[in-house]
Design a protein around this ligand. Structure first.
Ligand code: ACM
Length: 543
């Protein structure tokens, strides 16, 4: 079996080098720009190339410093800034005539490069385009080349959607900060602009909260973890302690790292469900008092959830106060998914609260819970985003909905004039298998079947939406849940190249998408991922 696999990969690699030597892909760009016109020749970026800025905007310098650092890391020299220059220069011009905030024009001529954008974010997107046009050696940490040829081209570009996201679950497995930075950098390479960090789970709490030290001492650790699939019988455990958490200082540094790549981090603090790790540290936040909770060692939906008491709201408001001091994002994700109502049904306190507040049932109670949290976050100038279960029992007035159980939640929310991020499990759950052989061929995964082509085929705007309804679709996001993703290597394997497909479907006009062409570009483009030391799945080479 292994042998066949290696042979297939070997043949695929030979095909790759065939493609590469044919040299017919001068512009292996992902996502494909809105408009690209080939030009003759190429620009040689070298030690003497200068960068010219037409604006003193500090954020523009942040964008161009990214290019300076990239070249410094790989080639060892610093590109100099100059006041003016026409030959052998890269000029960045802030131009209010460009309509889209992330849009840009890019002219690569043999003697000079000119970038125009409305904002520094657009300049950064142009820099990622330049990075993709450079040889993959530009990703190396130690130079193997000194000059970088960039094929001449004229590009006009702007994203189809303003929200292009990826969610990473660090609750199931704690992933090291160095990996998360490398991952964010790889996402920026594909013009993804939102990183949703799922920080709390039944199996682990990953963010330092100074007011509640037991979240670090207790909730961040589980005694052992499930090995093999949770459905395997008998279920097996490894007997080893797992866990960890990020300090606030580390998270602030991560926010800055992402900002330097024009990526917003949206933190998620799950409530009312997926909260067993917090209950293990602070059991009085649950409904059942004469019990002990543990940080869960197995996967699945857990029945022990926060009880909607004043004490719980005080805890969550304290937690969120610290969260918003770290993360400046407009949105705070409050979870809302998979909250079984068993404990609330059996709780005299909850039943009394339902009566007192005139609520219909436990779904009404969940809606009450989320509305209270929304009110708190709105009072701090933030907005909530939650999984589509927050529709049940009535949507909080200003909530944005993340549609994960297919598209229905998103469709309903848009009909209620609420903003939506489309992240349907049917197209964008990258914890699923990528080949029809599934477990027989791939590392263990949760299940499902989501091949690259299916991700690529996704259109975030439902076919029967009017242009008015389509305005509520902010964009799309892929989600990586990590029950079966214990390390960065496997995270890379699950993420790439499916996120390359996400990048194209959320950036490129639908009319310009072409899977065969995408795959040709991908074949060359992944050389950058290799040099970044970012793992990716090879299955597309076998298709
Ligand atoms: C989810 O997958 N439970 C949002």
């Amino acid at each position: 079996m292994k042998k066949i696999k290696f042979t297939l990969i070997g043949i695929a690699l030979m095909l790759v080098s065939e493609f590469a030597s044919a040299g017919d892909i001068r512009y292996p760009l992902i996502p494909m720009p809105e408009k690209l016109t080939p030009r003759e020749g190429s620009f040689q970026l070298s030690k003497t190339t200068k960068i010219v800025l037409n604006s003193p905007d500090a954020h523009l310098k942040t964008a161009t410093d990214f290019l300076v650092n990239l070249i410094h890391q790989s080639a060892g020299y610093n590109l100099a800034y100059a006041k003016t220059g026409s030959k052998n220069s890269i000029s960045f011009i802030i131009d209010s005539k460009i309509a889209n905030d992330e849009g840009y024009t890019l002219l690569v001529a043999p003697d000079a490069i000119t970038v125009k954008s409305k904002t520094p974010a657009g300049a950064f997107m142009a820099i990622q385009t330049l990075r993709q046009l450079m040889p993959a050696e530009v990703e190396e940490k130690k130079a193997s080349v000194q000059n970088f040829a960039i094929p001449a081209v004229e590009i006009e570009d702007a994203p189809r959607f303003g929200y292009r996201g990826l969610m990473l679950d660090v609750g199931r497995y704690f992933l090291p900060m160095d990996f998360i930075k490398k991952y964010i950098d790889a996402l920026s390479f594909y013009k993804i602009n939102t990183f949703h960090l799922h920080l709390t789970e039944d199996q682990g709490w990953r963010i330092e909260i100074k007011k509640y030290p037991r979240l670090q001492e207790v909730s961040a650790w589980r005694n052992e973890t499930t090995v093999g699939h949770a459905r395997d019988t008998p279920r097996k455990y490894d007997g080893k302690k797992h866990g960890g958490y990020y300090t606030q200082a580390e998270l602030k540094e991560l926010v800055k790292f992402a900002q330097d790549r024009f990526i917003t981090i949206i933190p998620e603090i799950e409530m009312p469900g997926h909260s067993q790790a917090a209950l293990a540290a602070y059991p009085s936040l649950g409904c059942v008092l004469d019990t002990t909770y543990n940080v869960s060692t197995s996967w699945g939906v857990h029945k022990d959830v926060y009880c909607p008491k004043e004490e719980t709201f005080k805890f969550l408001e304290d937690v969120l106060t610290e969260v918003i001091s770290i993360f400046p994002s407009k949105y705070i994700h409050i979870g809302g998914d998979e909250c079984p109502k068993d404990r609330w049904k059996a709780s005299a306190f909850c039943q009394q609260l339902i009566k007192e507040k005139g609520l219909k049932d436990e779904h009404g109670l969940q809606s009450y819970f989320i509305r209270r949290i929304e009110k708190f976050l709105n009072s701090k100038g933030r907005a909530i985003i939650g999984w589509d279960e927050i529709l049940e029992g009535g949507l909080a007035p200003n909530a944005t909905v993340m549609s994960w159980r297919g598209e229905n939640g998103g469709i309903e929310a848009a009909r209620q004039n609420h903003n939506v991020v489309m992240t349907p499990n049917t197209f964008l759950y990258i914890d699923y298998y990528q080949t029809k052989e599934g477990r027989a061929k791939e590392p263990l995964a949760i299940g499902g079947f989501l091949p690259l082509e299916k991700v690529y085929s996704y259109n975030p705007v439902p076919a029967d939406f009017t242009p008015q309804q389509a305005k509520y679709i902010l964009g799309a996001q892929a989600n990586l849940w990590t029950e079966y993703v214990p390390d960065g290597k496997q995270a890379g394997h699950m993420t790439f190249p499916r996120v390359c497909a996400l990048a194209e479907l959320s950036w490129t006009p639908d009319s310009k998408k072409n899977y065969a062409d995408f795959k040709k570009r991908l074949t060359e483009n992944v050389a950058h991922l290799s040099k970044m030391d970012m793992n990716f799945a090879p299955y597309f080479m076998e298709e």
